[in-house]
Design a protein around this ligand. Sequence first.
Ligand code: FE2
Length: 275
Amino acid sequence: MNQRQINQIVEGVKTTDGAGVNLTRIIGSPELNMLDPFLLLDEFGSDNPDDYIAGFPPHPHRGFETITYMLNGKWQHRDSAGNEGKLGEGSVQWMTAGRGIVHSEMPIQTDGLARGFQLWLNLPKEKKMIEPAYQDIESEQIPFVKNDKGTVKVISGEYNGTIGPGKSHTPVLIMDIRLNPESEISIPVMDGWNAFGFIYEGDVKSGESLSKGQLAIYNTEGNIHFKTNGTQASIYLVAGEPLNEPVARGGPFVMNTRGEIIKAFEDYQNGSFTP
Ligand code: FE2
C-alpha cells in the first residue's frame, strides 16, 4: 500500500471568536479556506481563564455540522432544539445544525486548562435543510485500539474493525492518535478522500517531519503513515469524502448559493429560523 504524501503544511492563525475566546484557526483561514468537506478547524487551548471564560453566547448556525472534541476542561452546551449537554475531558459534542439552530457553548470551569478542537463538517446540498440534531458522546463511549504502538481513539468511521460512535451525513474518519516514542503506524484512508493530520503534541515523521502546531494536508491516495523517533506524539487525524459542491459562506451559515445565505439571515431576523 503506498503512503500518502503531504501536499501542504499550515500552522493556522491566532484569532478570537465568540465573546472573546482566544483560539487558533487552522482551517477556515486566509491560508486554507477549506478542505472539502471540512469548512473550519479551530484549536482552543489555554490555562488562562481570560482566554476562554467569556465563551460562545447564543449564536445561530445553518447548513453544516459542528464537532467539538474536548481534550481538557468542562463546558456546557445548550441549543434551541432543547438539547443540553456537558462536555468533559475526552468527550465529543456533535451538532447537526441542518435548517437552523441557535446554541451557546460556555465554560463551566473558572480555572485550569481548557483545550480542544472544533471542526465544521459540511452537509451535502440535499441535507442542508434537515431537522437539527445533537449527539452527546461521553469519553467512555469512544472506543479505542491500544497496542505497543500507542492508542487510537475512533470518534467516527472505522479503524481495525473498531467503529466510532459519531454519526455523520457524509462519510468521514475522525480519530485521536497517541503514539509511543519509538513507534510506527499506518492508517488506511479511502482513496479519493481528503485528509489532514494536526500534530497537537510532540514530533512525528509522516513522509516529512512535523511538529506540534502543524497541520499536514495529504494527497488523496494511499495510507497515512506516522513514525515517532524518541518523543511521544498526538495527532488529530481527520478524513472525508469531498462533496464537490459549491460553497457559499456567510458568517455562521454555510450554504450552496449567495441567495441561500441571504435567506438564512432573513429567516434568522424574522424569527422563522428555528422550529
Ligand atoms: Fe457554534
